[in-house]
Design a protein around this ligand. Structure first.
Ligand SMILES: Nc1ncnc2c1ncn2[C@@H]1O[C@H](COP(=O)(O)OP(=O)(O)OP(=O)(O)O)[C@@H](O)[C@H]1O
Ligand SMILES: [Mg+2]
Length: 309
């Protein structure tokens, strides 16, 4: 295990999923038991936390990934790509004899995607003490609920050190509710909000989620944008930007990267969610969760033009 050194200084540490996405573009979804030709095919790293870290890295922020891959070709691909994006992988463990997480994603001509995913066997609990991967340089800890015990330990340590905690809630899994009271910024999907609140009304969900104690809560609602609640209980509505969409895979992950960038800048919530929304919109321009993730000047110029590409 690599020991922390003085020059290991990430500002954001992410603990959670990293996978390999196999993405294919298909004109029309086939009926059951039929065939369809793919017009393009791409192998690319994915996963909520991993892709959020890639977003931050492209925006110029030093990041590190804590998680697990299998000792297969896919795991090597996942690590190689993260390292090429300047995401530190010192604490990305290769689990001997295990297989990596994989997602097969079919994207149609309108940018909608269906995901079939395999958990892999490289998702055991991580034995590392969070003391190893939360050096004093860390300002934000980003979680997605995977490696739950490690996530709980890391979130507790983060709380005691004043490190801001962010959770990407995609699907409400068993035990995740234990994490919620340790989170400062809850940014969850519509599905998670519905599962947690048993209501399809996002404002009811916002209130229920805010009761967990987070200072800010956001529910992302795909092309309908996002709704947030500030610490003072004010509801903010952010429309998605209109853009020619090629692929929405990873929109939520990239939104989280942009959102964390806003936290690091100390921006008000309304500015942060607008920035995150721009990052997510720009991401949709190409096939793959990461291909079109923008760099900072591109996001700024997009926003200055009022969200026109
Ligand atoms: N078709 C679209 N056009 C423009 N922006 C989009 C579109 N779809 C999503 N977005 C942006 O991305 C944000 C996050 O998307 P979404 O709510 O689908 O995330 P999610 O449910 O977490 O999905 P995933 O994690 O699979 O990407 C939205 O709030 C919106 O700002
Ligand atoms: Mg998501």
């Amino acid at each position: 295990m690599t020991l922390m050194t003085d020059n290991w200084t990430p500002r954001v540490v992410g603990l959670g999923q990293c996978s390999l996405d196999i993405l294919g573009r298909v004109g029309l979804y086939p009926e059951l038991d039929q065939k369809a030709e793919l017009s393009s095919l791409l192998f690319q790293g994915g996963g909520p936390v991993a892709t959020a870290l890639v977003t931050l890295a492209r925006l110029g922020v030093a990041t590190a990934m804590v998680g697990a891959i299998g000792d297969d070709e896919f795991g090597q691909h996942i690590r190689r790509e993260l390292e090429a994006e300047q995401v530190d992988c010192t604490h990305l463990r290769k689990i001997l004899g295990a297989s990596s997480q994989i997602a097969f994603i079919a994207v149609d001509d309108c940018g909608h995607r269906n995901i079939f995913w395999y958990r892999g066997t490289a998702c055991p609990e991580l034995p590392e003490s969070p003391l190893l991967f939360l050096p004093p340089s860390v300002e934000v800890l980003h979680l997605d609920g995977l490696h739950l015990d490690a996530a709980l330990a890391a979130a507790r340590l983060a709380r005691s050190r004043g490190i801001v905690t962010v959770l990407d809630g995609g699907t409400l899994r068993t035990g995740m509710e234990r994490l919620l009271p340790l989170i400062d910024h809850l940014v969850v999907s519509e599905k998670f909000a519905r599962q947690y609140s048993s209501s399809s009304d996002p404002d009811i969900a916002l209130r229920r989620l805010a009761d967990c104690g987070a200072g800010a809560v956001t529910v992302t609602c795909g092309r309908s944008g996002s709704r947030s609640m500030t610490a003072e209980g004010q509801v903010l509505c952010q429309k998605a930007f209109a853009i020619d969409v090629v692929d929405t895979t990873g929109c939520g992950d990239v939104y989280h990267g942009g959102y964390i960038y806003g936290i690091l800048q100390g921006w008000p919530l309304a500015v942060t969610v607008r920035f995150a929304t721009a990052c997510a919109a720009l991401k949709t321009r190409a096939l793959g969760g990461r291909t079109a993730i923008p760099r900072l000047p591109e996001v700024m110029s997009f926003l200055q033009k009022g969200g026109e590409n």
